[in-house]
Unconditional design. Structure first.
Length: 104
């Protein structure tokens, strides 16, 4: 499956748009990451535990989006975007979405 953040795929012709596809993950923090984040907050810098958590969530969201596109018979997904939101105090959502297409 090809996927891109651009509205087209260089060298490929889009034959048909199959609709919007999405994949989302709601991820909660864990106590270990919260403790390390609190300590890191004292001295500043990247909170690697949270970076890893969001990277894993993004990858899961992409996999779910691709699975949905495959169910529609798509060859590719174009114009992919990502968004995040806080669901509650200790959880956030990452959403991946794009347009499933058939290509030549």
């Amino acid at each position: 499956m090809l996927f891109s953040t651009t509205p087209d795929l260089p060298g490929k012709e889009i034959l048909e748009c199959l609709g919007v596809v999405t994949g989302n993950v709601v991820q909660s923090k864990n106590v270990g990451r919260d403790i390390m984040a609190g300590l890191k907050g004292l001295v500043g810098g990247e909170i690697k535990g949270y970076t890893e958590m969001l990277s894993e969530a993004r990858d899961k969201a992409i996999i779910r989006m691709v699975e949905q596109a495959e169910e529609k018979g798509a060859d590719a997904i174009v114009n992919i975007r990502f968004t995040t939101s806080a669901i509650m105090a200790n959880a956030s959502e990452i959403l991946a979405y794009g347009t499933a297409v058939k290509i030549k």
